[in-house]
Design a binder for this molecule. Structure first.
Ligand code: NAG
Ligand code: NAG
Length: 275
């Protein structure tokens, strides 16, 4: 028991000490961590990824949608089956799948993040000129207002361009999904236009073409996927409740056993004088 406590105290002190002295991690350790990630084929890039925790991607692919008269997605979609789900204004599933009675409200997509990877170039790109180039291309090709292209980040080593297309949360007129869907299809070489020219961005006379795209959606309300709601706090609560229940059951079990043992002892003593 004493040894156990000693080990615990040492471990605790070590944790505290490492927290105090290692706030600024030496570059050598950082590079080691980067190499570890690179070897394991994990991302070492600094930009991109989910813009916010509640962002999500479209893992379902295409389905046969039900549209309103004005071309908007109905909030409930069933793909001509008995299985239905809720979609956002971009038509992307934002709930678990359920039956035909599923209740959905209209939810607006207010932010779309495009992660583009450009094809190799001989000359490096200028990050600020890149934003103008993207704004021009999105306006010319998809008639997207330049002010909606709110931010463009660039990682030259990863050939990664992160484009944030955002609108005002109260804006119910602008439809971000139109331009971003065309762009996605154009880069994945499934052009929706009749003319078959690829999506290109012009930067200082350079034609930059893309080889890959990943799209994140952010809605005005967080999606209701079950797994996403089971984060941090809720998992902690589940663990604590389970531990209490298990402890309770163990106590009951041992109490019952002790009572039984006491009962058999008394019985044995009562029987003694007779024999
Ligand atoms: C890592 O990815 C590269 C190409 O992306 C591939 O050639 C290589 O085999 C991968 N390595 C591992 C360990 O998966
Ligand atoms: C919709 O139905 C089609 C054909 O029935 C199927 O190929 C597709 O995967 C379905 N999509 C979804 C999202 O369920």
């Amino acid at each position: 028991m004493k040894l156990f406590f000693a080990v615990c105290v040492v471990a605790l002190l070590e944790t505290v000490a490492s927290q105090c002295t290692c706030q600024i991690i030496p570059k050598c350790f950082l590079m080691k961590a980067e190499m570890y990630r690179a070897k394991k084929n994990m991302s070492t890039r600094s930009i991109g990824g989910k813009p916010v925790e509640t962002a999500f991607v479209d893992n379902d692919g295409i389905y046969d949608p039900e549209c309103e008269g004005n071309g908007m997605f109905k909030a409930v979609q069933c793909n001509n089956t008995e299985v239905c789900w809720c979609v956002n204004s971009a038509g992307v599933r934002r709930s678990d799948k359920g039956d035909k009675n599923i209740k959905c409200e209209p939810v607006e997509t207010i932010w779309v993040r495009l992660e583009l990877k450009h094809k190799p170039l001989t000359t490096p790109l200028d990050a600020t000129k890149l934003k103008t180039g993207i704004q021009n291309a999105m306006l010319e090709r998809y008639n997207l207002d330049k002010s909606l292209v709110s931010e463009v980040q660039y990682d030259q080593d990863g050939r990664l361009i992160v484009v944030d297309v955002k609108k005002d949360e109260k804006d119910r007129v602008t439809d971000l999904s139109r331009a971003t869907y065309y762009l996605e299809k154009d880069i994945k070489v499934l052009p929706l236009f009749l003319k078959n020219n690829p999506f290109e961005v012009s930067v200082e006379g350079n034609k930059v073409s893309m080889e890959n795209v990943l799209v994140y959606y952010v809605d005005e309300k967080a999606p209701t996927f079950t797994m996403q709601r089971l984060t941090g706090g809720i998992i902690a609560v589940i663990v604590v409740v389970s531990l209490i229940v298990i402890a309770g059951l163990l106590i009951l079990f041992f109490l019952a056993r002790r009572q039984k043992a006491a009962y058999t002892k008394t019985q044995a003593r009562e029987l003694e004088p007779i024999s």
